[in-house]
Design a protein around this ligand. Sequence first.
Ligand code: PMP
Length: 448
Amino acid sequence: EQLLAIRRKNCNPMTMKITYYKKPVFIHQGYMQWMWDMDGRRYLDLFAGVATVGVGHCHPKVTAAVVKQMKKLWHTTNIYVQPALHEYCEKLASHLPDPLKVVYLTNSGSEANDLAMLMARLHTGNFDIITFRGSYHGGSMQTMGLTSNSPYKYPIATSSGCVNAMCPDVFRGPWGGSHCRDSPVQTIRECSCAQGYCMANEKYIGDLKETFATSLPSRIAGFFGEPIQGMGGAVQYPKNYFKEAYKLVRERGGVCIADEVQTGFGRTGTHFWGFQGYDVIPDMVTMAKGIGNGFPMGAVVTTPEIAESFVKAYHFNTFGGNPMACAVGSSVLDVIKEDGTQQNSLKVGTYLMTEMAKLRDKYEIIGDVRGKGLQIGVEMVKDKASRTPLPPAAMSGIFEDIKDMGVLIGKGGVYGQTFRVQPPMCITKEDVDFFLAVFEKAIHNYMA
Ligand code: PMP
């Protein structure tokens, strides 16, 4: 293990930090919601490789589909007519409401968002793109501009024309949205967060309107929003917030893009897509992670009208929509249906939220429990009155302790103050009970 750690240090850039740095985990095998380390120790995986393995590690049906395709054809590009590609695109589009029917396949979420940015600009003839504070939309040069969450940005100019303008953080809002002022690279235009928010939906909508009126360009190419922020720490939006934002963006000539990289494929439980929970229909939907259950895939699904504007551009992607990806994607969609994945996400997720809320009421350091389905955030604070984020060292201590007791979870939030639970959606009520016992024990250990 020592040797492996040194090898990793030498050959993997330290920009990608390992999560459990005190005692790293050496994962080498997985099955459904379980993973095993090199000593054969089993972990309940409640983070799914960053909310990616939606239907379960090495799901037998997806694995069988991969093996079958591997023996037939690994690769050719979309310069040929591939029946499997068109079948898959039709199948994927059938999961989206009209008029979202045209599919572009990519290899990752960043690529999908990059492409959506390009299409928004080409279609509207405008340049500025609006995103939320605390958002994460990718790590490429372009999408880093969309991303607001400061730990994931570099203090240099990335893409231009991106405004991280809107701040809907209900939990932190009453602080006056102080996190909005922390980022070293909120270069562009200031949002109205500094004026402070109250919890009421009307106030949020009012601030949103004011932000548009006072701080945003009069012409907009597009607006990207995660229906529930992932890396931002399961931040949800007030009712009607998206509806109003979509209206304001469209009034300024822009298109609306739902980034479903984390929220898609049934994760929120109530719907297949996160945007459906807000009763809006975007002009483009970007997706990745759960689309391939761990196989590198992404997609943009849009309207025929926007696709028409894109026809004039040259677009080529060597691997996007290759035969392996189509076979995996297609079998993932089948499994979600056959296994009742979305329904399980709702059932088990609701149970987890309800039980976790009881722990929140019991312990001063659990500030907030939020999310939907199996996208859950548990925000840790010094105390409930101040809402001061639990410091990183304390967060790490609890996090490592939970791991030592056999459960892997995630961390997020602008201060790294939110534990994240986004597991393979096949977890059971018994798994949740196990996790809750471990979580409570870790809280006790921390307080002792
Ligand atoms: N959008 C969201 C909401 C994400 O969470 C991520 C990845 N964490 C991305 C886009 C970028 O995806 P990828 O890492 O596949 O490029």
